[in-house]
Write a protein that binds this ligand. Sequence first.
Ligand SMILES: [Zn+2]
Ligand SMILES: [Zn+2]
Length: 286
Amino acid sequence: MEIIPIAFDSMGVRSMATFLKTKDLGISIDPSVSLAPYRFGLPPHRVEIEKMSEKWVEIKGFVKNSELVIITHYHYDHYNPEEVEIFEGKKLLIKHPREKINKSQMNRADYFLNKLKDLRLDFDYCDGKSYEFGNTVIEISKPVFHGENQKLGFVLELFVSSGKKSFLFSSDVEGPLHEDQTNFILEKKPEVVFIDGPMSYMLGYRFSRSLLEKAISNLKKITEVSKVLVIDHHLLRDLNWKIVVSDLLNYAEQFSTKVQSAAEFCGIKENLLEARRRELYKKEQI
Ligand SMILES: [Zn+2]
Ligand SMILES: [Zn+2]
């Protein structure tokens, strides 16, 4: 199985878009990209907008080479309802639009499904289900909280195995912060995990110290069962992310588990544009 992170916060945009290639099929997960509407009171900088356009073109290229597309929840950094034609002829596994969902995501899901009606495609609400494509097995979790509670709705985690290789993808759990978010991962014992990390950039404001500690403790458990733990998205909006999770990095060493960002997983330099937005504007004034 080949695992390709396409667009991530560590690459300068809000996204977790990932492409998987197994012997049986190509799979695009959460193919979308967005930017923080405001950070430090500033709208997106030109450099970020350019990066977003570049990444969206890349994402569309990977979707073209996919037979299957999986959408874990209805936030715009994870699906794009405005260019649905990219899904023509594909199979879509999507979060249930009515069950275990909050009001705002329910409305967005309705709008999205309405747009899909005009296309030739096959879709299924995949919450808690399993699928087989040749030797590739895909298992979807039951809906788990988007972060700390149900205020922001629910997301799906997914496990893909093909031969001896296995991969787990967990979008906006913001930690993970809960047992059910963590247990699905611990049960599957995936070789490689891509997960949304704690939003330490909101520490003391919308994210508490005790939640951060909970996240680190759950992430530690994952390093005991996996070989590679990629933490990105909310955590990579913080320039000091490695200091924030230094305890986890030390802990993982004893199991020889790699803990890294998606950019590091690709062997490229991190490019935290959102966290550097103020700097980007300052540079322009010089
Ligand atoms: Zn989300
Ligand atoms: Zn997100």
